[in-house]
Design a protein around this ligand. Structure first.
Ligand code: NAP
Length: 491
């Protein structure tokens, strides 16, 4: 049970790609949980849409199986489950066939007063055609909301084309570009921490902060996504969207109010202040890696994607610098990779050491204060501070984490909501605060494109790294050149 539930207005939600992985693994479980918590009004409906020729009953059976698989048993209250399943319908439509849209129009016109949400859980090549299709049959109304998710373009040019295609049909205020990292409770708590407390903001600048590390480490390889992943790589798959968004929330100036455009204006300023990494700078400010094989049962990246010549990176580390007054001289180190030591996403704000240590001759040296914001596993915040080791003998210092875990004090049946729960309800509410605006996506590509171009121009291959390791040696060296170390990748 989540804390406070405010029901949303009645809606019809159409999941284009209703039979796919995203729908079954993330969207339906999130909607079920919101329904079980009483947030979804009685008349709301959910329509799965895909080409597979099946009827509503078999779609319901598929959805029921997915919920049993992806929702914990103690959350699957049978009354709530049946009520949710009854909301579901299915249409088999090939969205590329213009003649096929009539049934969707009839379905939605049964409830003209409902808010309409079109969630495009299909490949990005279909985003433009679906938007056009909706317009042609009169479904791109003022009450409609279009939801799209990464990949939002492959580079700046394709992102601009996509933005043009969507905005030729939908107003920017009706387009919801999801980055599910922004729906995570910890990420929103980062904003509360910064802007609802007087404590941190005076420290939040180059005078007090030494550097920032943002890590998204995965323990698995590319698996079945190999053919897509090899065209993208870690920089497009993770950095351009998730890591850069986290960097923006950390680095932005306080918005004048907690409002979608005020917040997004501030994020955009950060994106525009990112120092370009071009030419030979890629050799010093970035590192690329590819995981190696580990025995016959653990194939290398190249074997998994079936492309022995691939130069696509399964690991990337970037030293990003923000050219503005607040952050001048404070590096933001970003790293993400597959087949690393552990599954972990963390933002670490590493503060400067005290100007002078009065404990200079102690055996246990002082360590910098670190604010660690964990996105997974165990979402929460920790502030590492130095304390005196208790006991009468001597005076030793000890680094102690002050745990600010959110579940604390919430009762035993509280659970951390999934990001999609929050984001889906925000779409229905018409709140775009946690969604990316088109100009943000383009600004992020404007910073990413030259890095990829410089990699290509260098002709160099990514460095191999052992599966289960911390990544390429060159990434450790990049930090060492700056007199710093990466934080441990651990759960
Ligand atoms: P998926 O499992 O391949 O599902 C694609 C869905 O689209 C299926 O339901 C498919 O059903 C339907 N579809 C394909 N062509 C269609 C057409 N012409 N007309 C109507 N329906 C069509 O893919 P996914 O993993 O769910 O991902 C969907 C999108 O979300 C992708 O762009 C992906 O990059 C993005 N995404 C996914 C995740 C995730 O966790 N899976 C996370 C972030 C972003 P039929 O074959 O029956 O038509």
């Amino acid at each position: 049970m989540s804390s406070m539930v405010i029901p949303v207005d009645p809606f019809d939600l159409v999941i284009f790609g209703g039979t796919g992985d995203l729908a079954m693994r993330k969207l339906l479980p999130a909607l079920f949980r919101r329904d079980a918590d009483g947030q979804i009004p009685a008349t709301a409906r959910i329509l799965g849409l895909a080409r597979t020729d099946q009827d509503t009953e078999s779609f319901k059976a598929e959805a029921r199986a997915a919920l049993h698989k992806h929702v914990a048993v103690d959350e699957l209250d049978s009354i709530a489950l049946e009520r949710f399943i009854e909301r579901l319908s299915y249409l088999h439509i090939d969205v590329t066939d213009a003649r096929a849209w009539g049934e969707l129009v009839s379905y939605l016109n049964e409830r003209p007063e409902h808010i309409r949400v079109y969630y495009l859980a299909v490949g990005p090549a279909l985003f433009g055609p679906i938007a056009q299709g909706l317009a042609q049959v009169g479904l791109a109304t003022t009450k409609a909301r279009l939801v799209v998710e990464k990949p939002l373009g492959h580079d700046l040019a394709s992102a601009m084309t996509l933005n043009r295609e969507l905005s030729s049909v939908f107003n920017e205020k009706s387009i919801y570009r999801i980055d599910h990292y922004l729906g995570k409770e910890t990420v929103q708590n980062l904003m509360a921490l910064r802007f609802a407390n007087a404590l941190f903001e005076p420290l939040w600048n180059a005078n007090r902060i030494d550097h920032v590390q943002i890590t998204a480490s995965e323990s698995l390889g590319v698996g079945t996504r190999g053919s897509y992943y090899d065209t993208a790589g870690a920089i497009r798959d993770m950095v351009q969207n998730h890591l850069v968004q986290l960097l923006c929330l950390l680095a932005m100036e306080p918005p004048y109010k907690f409002d979608a455009d005020a917040l997004r204006d501030e994020k955009l300023k950060v994106l525009r202040s990112l120092r370009p990494i071009t030419g030979r700078n890629v050799l010093t400010n970035t590192v690329r890696g590819q995981y190696l094989a580990h025995g016959p049962d653990a194939p290398s990246y190249l074997q998994e994607v079936g492309n022995p010549d691939s130069k696509t990176e399964s690991y990337v580390a970037i030293k990003a610098e923000i050219d503005n007054w607040r952050w001048s001289g404070v590096p933001f180190y970003l790293r993400t990779g597959k087949k690393l030591r552990a599954q972990m996403t963390e933002i670490a704000v590493v503060f400067k050491e005290p100007a002078h240590s009065v404990f200079g001759d102690l055996e246990t040296p002082s360590m910098p204060n670190v604010l660690s914001i964990r996105l997974q596993p165990d979402e929460g915040l920790q502030l590492v501070i130095m304390t005196k080791d208790p006991g009468p003998g001597g005076f030793r210092l000890r680094a102690i984490p002050l745990d600010m875990t959110f579940a604390e004090g919430r009762g035993s049946n509280w659970r951390m909501p999934d990001a999609y729960e929050r984001l889906l309800m925000d779409v229905v509410r018409g709140n775009q605060t946690l969604f990316m605006r088109g100009d943000e996506v383009e600004a992020a590509w404007r910073w990413i494109d030259p890095i990829i171009e410089a990699w290509e121009a260098s002709g160099l291959r990514p460095e191999g790294y052992d599966p289960g390791s911390r990544g390429p040696i060159a990434a450790v060296e990049m930090m060492a050149r700056d007199g710093r170390r990466w934080r441990e990748i651990e759960v």
